[in-house]
Ligand binder design. Sequence first.
Ligand SMILES: Nc1ncnc2c1ncn2[C@@H]1O[C@H](COP(=O)(O)OP(=O)(O)O)[C@@H](O)[C@H]1O
Ligand SMILES: [Mg+2]
Length: 259
Amino acid sequence: MAAQAKVRIIAIMNQKGGVGKTTTTVNLGHALSRAGNKVALMDLDPQGQVATSLGFDNNLPGLDRVLIEGLALDEIIVQARDGLDLIVAGSKLNQFEHTSEGGIQRGHRLREALQQSSLQQYDYVLIDCPPSSGLLGVNAMFAAAELMIPVSGDYLSLQGLSRMMQVMKRAEELAGHRIRLWLVSTRMQMRRKLTTEVRNRILKYFPGRVYFTPVRENVALAECPSFGKTIFDYRVNSPGAEDYRGLAQDVMSGRTADG
Ligand SMILES: Nc1ncnc2c1ncn2[C@@H]1O[C@H](COP(=O)(O)OP(=O)(O)O)[C@@H](O)[C@H]1O
Ligand SMILES: [Mg+2]
């Protein structure tokens, strides 16, 4: 709807749980806003952990109301930090996964809602996706022009990647637009041989698509959500903060591991 959309809509997705999707959404989002960008975080995971990680209640009107009832996105945006807005999942988002009325158009609800919202004027919209490729995942793929896949430093995290690629190809066909792919190494235990092996593997299979900065396993990153704080609220000088600052620079400049 808005004439000159500048927004980068990035879906943070991996069908595997525990790889750092939510941690990346929240802390990359805050890093991007601290670097002067206007950012919105969207919680498309019915678990609602983006809200709680930022110290908010997921019980607010959220994407559940948008996707199920057609409420406008602009009605539910809340400010979480300077330059950082939040769109919660809402307590009924899992019901959307089971709605059957609306046919294939149901896959386009988020994209349509975004096109009619003031989010078009933001710099970044980051979408935290559930660990499944159901209707919510489809909505994310159709809405986003970019897909960021966190890959944690363990072997199991490589499995499912090829399935993700198939899902993405299919989404590109159905959505009729190209989706730009990025991978980010998360939860890296740098002294472990396996961690390096997994990173080398994704570098080989996805040349030019892996962001430069690996996010290390850092206890402060695991602690801060229980206080409703991002890593920048909680430990601004921690390795976790350093890594997400670095990743934000990568995202802004397109800097990848192999140049
Ligand atoms: N870099 C990291 N260092 C330490 N703990 C992390 C890191 N990234 C994520 N975690 C922790 O791992 C768990 C899973 O992360 P989360 O972001 O919730 O994954 P997902 O959203 O993919 O399921 C959480 O307890 C989180 O605090
Ligand atoms: Mg999550």
